[in-house]
Design a binder for this molecule. Structure first.
Ligand code: DGJ
Length: 711
């Protein structure tokens, strides 16, 4: 909902309102656009009710806009805070000064046009109100005759009034993505982001701001946002000299410059933002609902994700048709619905030193074609999926031998290899076309392939395009746009295919990828204890239906830890369940326990994938943690409780549930125990993971799944 009104100053103002948040925009005397309010949705659509009184600077500095809540600070304005926009001309002029031109208010969209008469540049600020969140971006259109260079073009600034705040952000590295970090914001800037080519394992383009020291999961105000960009990005959280907060996010300005030709338009990625009055949990649920209702590719948005088997950890590069058939038979017997063959099926891919770039079948491994395996998988009642890493090339490949210049390279400098591979220049249309063509054939030639796992396994270095010096500083962005273009085309050609985004685990799990892919491989670390932390962090930003988790073998491939099979399943059930162990070597007892657990998961899958998620207690080193999934109408709930490590005599914790109907009676499926919604939400249920009656109880690796339904 968007309402325009005039302030007592006679200048226009706009109130944007979703079910949860309001944002006030207003124009100052000098056409500066202010954003003086971003907070919980109010009861007014009248801008004058906000009692605007923006504190100014001391008289001698009154013309400066420091500490003022600017909606889009641009270099050229009299301010010294983090700028969203820097524009330069070839003749050396720098900076912009915009005047307001017009607004367009249509349904839930607002567009505000500003114009720089000297540069003949139009800046449009776009706002879209979704059910709960507001999405922002800008477009820049060159209406003059000279080329303009965008040296920086962030998506948005989000100011908050002077106060004391904490920043929550997600950090890690390969194998331990999505660690939740909360830190106080002090005068100065906290800068986060990526310069690795992908959004990265190290920092995820999501943030939350909380009042200083607030740590409650379900209470307290949170301002949060998520940037829909899969490449280099920047997030700046700046406490200004009057304690006001300036937040700015967008495409990373480092090594970026975009030549905006006359008549051309540049569009930034969207920054989606919201306000929660129910802590980080409430913020997460708003983002989950946004992905589910507005953002994920529409054709599979509402579809329950299939239980999958992935053969990577079982067979690595040693792929053989008979052994994959054997795995498929066992997977089908356990109730798996989608069989995915991972790396190693193509080109000369016997190890990670060869083959990337040649997306044709390895005939030595599949002498009768891939059809043999696909038909077998389909005959077993499962769908068939395949792994690719299309943006990469091994020097030992036919593609590289024919086109060495297709990989990024710096003239006269040696290349740095990551996993023995180089990055293909997806900014080049010939590269995109060639790879697209190969993938199109792959999907068309082998019968029905219903799933593609799209991987990306190295950070970018020597990101040079010597053949096109004018576009050199555009490659970081052009690559990402090119990637989206290929994914968009493949989806249009093969709408039945479900796409999974992967980058050595969760290195590119952002909203940008989730516009064109349906789910994400969360991490290469499949250790169940580590996964509790990783999945908790991931679920701060993304919905369970886009979080893929596998049950793998013990001792775990990455950590050597040994967790019981049921515990591994219970952890993997938090999102999209997969099995990734060598089931050819599982005992018959494990296979039947696995089959029973797959059936249990299928029974709760609608709650997990289509319900609402509440973390009851975050994963901690000692004692129980838990997560709950509730049907939107409160009629049923699934509760998963875990204890990796326990201490004798700790006392039973109680887990207070959420989202139930207070007056309804609920029955627990396992033992028929009954209670009311009000009791379960106030007194909670005992997290009985260890029987205190046992003399030597096993305290570690305990887990349970309880399902409660209304009577
Ligand atoms: C990294 C992925 O995250 C793994 O799941 C697997 O697909 C390997 N790449 C294959 O090379």
């Amino acid at each position: 909902m968007i309402a325009r009104s005039d302030l007592p100053t006679g200048r226009p103002a706009w109130v944007l309102e979703t079910n949860r948040a309001s944002m006030l925009l207003c124009l100052g005397a000098d056409d500066t656009l202010y954003l003086p309010y971003w907070g919980p949705s109010g009861t007014t659509r009248n801008a004058a009710d906000f009692l605007l009184e923006v504190p100014g600077n001391r008289p001698s500095e009154a013309t400066f806009l420091d500490g003022q809540p600017l909606a889009y600070p641009a270099y050229g304005m009299p301010t010294f805070k983090e700028q969203c926009l820097v524009v330069a001309t070839d003749s050396g002029a720098r900076g912009t000064r915009f005047t307001f031109k017009t607004d367009r208010v249509a349904d839930d969209r607002l567009e505000l046009d500003f114009h720089d008469a000297l540069l003949r540049l139009t800046l449009t600020l776009h706002f879209t109100c979704h059910a709960e969140l507001i999405a922002r971006k800008v477009t820049l259109r060159n209406e003059g005759e000279q080329v303009l260079t965008l040296e920086r073009a962030l998506s948005a600034a989000l100011p908050l009034p002077p106060d004391q705040y904490d920043l929550v952000s997600l950090h890690g590295q390969w194998g331990r993505e999505f660690g939740v970090v909360q830190r106080p914001l002090m005068p100065g800037k906290v800068t986060t982001g990526s310069t690795r080519g992908i959004s990265s394992h190290e920092a995820h383009p999501w943030f939350a701001i909380r009042p200083r020291g607030e740590r409650a999961e379900h209470a307290g105000r949170v301002w949060f946002g998520s940037l829909a960009w899969s490449g280099n990005w920047l997030g700046v959280f700046e406490v200004e000299r009057n304690d006001a907060l300036n937040i700015a996010l967008g495409i990373q300005p480092f090594d970026f410059a975009w030549r905006l030709e006359p008549g051309a338009t540049f569009e930034t990625p969207e920054l989606v933002c919201g306000v929660s009055e129910h802590g980080l949990g409430g913020a997460a649920r708003q983002l989950h609902a946004f992905e589910e209702q507005h953002w994920l590719p529409e054709n599979h948005r509402a579809r329950l994700r299939p239980v999958l088997y992935n053969s990577w950890e079982a067979t690595h590069f040693e792929v053989q048709v008979e052994q994959q058939v054997e795995l498929a038979r066992r997977a089908a017997a356990m109730g798996v619905e989608l069989f995915v063959i991972d790396d190693g099926w193509f080109g000369t891919r016997d190890h990670d030193r060869a083959g990337l770039g040649d997306w044709t079948l390895n005939v030595r491994k599949f002498p009768n074609g891939l059809r043999e395996l696909i038909d077998e998988v389909h005959g077993l009642g499962m769908q068939f999926g395949i792994w690719v890493e299309p943006e990469m090339v091994n020097p030992d490949s036919d593609l590289y031998r024919a086109h060495p210049d297709w990989a990024y390279h710096a003239e006269g400098r040696s290349a740095t290899f990551g996993r023995n591979q180089l990055v293909l220049n997806f900014a080049r249309s010939d590269v995109r076309q060639a790879i697209h063509e190969q993938l199109r054939h792959l999907l068309a030639d082998h019968g029905t392939i219903e799933f593609v796992k799209w991987d990306h396994n190295r950070a970018w270095t020597e990101v040079g395009w010597p053949e096109s010096p004018a576009q050199q500083r555009e490659v970081w962005v052009r690559h990402v746009l090119g990637l989206y273009e290929v994914l968009r085309a493949l989806r249009a050609e093969s709408p039945h295919v479900l796409f999974e985004s992967c980058a050595g685990g969760g290195g590119r799990a952002d909203l940008g990828m989730l516009r064109w892919t349906d789910q994400v491989w969360t991490s290469d670390n499949t250790d169940a204890a580590d996964r509790l932390d990783i999945q908790y962090g991931y679920s701060r930003a993304h919905a369970p239906r886009v979080m893929v988790n596998w049950v793998t073998d013990v001792p775990n491939e990455q950590t050597g830890r040994v967790a019981p099979l049921e515990f591994r399943f219970h952890v993997a059930m938090q999102g999209v369940l997969g099995i990734g162990g060598n089931i050819a070597e599982w005992s018959s007892a494990d296979l039947s326990e696995g089959a029973a657990l797959v059936a249990e998961y299928k029974a709760i899958r609608p709650l997990v994938q289509h319900g609402r998620q509440f973390w009851l207690r975050p994963p901690t080193a000692i004692g129980p943690c838990g997560v709950q999934y509730v049907a939107h109408d409160g009629s049923a709930t699934a509760v998963l409780l875990y204890q990796v490590r326990g201490v004798r005599g700790q006392g039973a914790r109680r887990m207070v549930l959420h989202g139930l109907r207070p007056e309804a009676r609920y029955r627990r499926e396992t033992d028929g125990a009954e209670s009311t919604g009000a009791v379960l939400m106030n007194a909670g249920l005992p997290a009985t993971l260890v029987s205190t009656a046992e003399r030597h109880p096993r305290l570690d690796w305990r887990s349970t799944l309880q399902v409660w339904r209304t009577v």
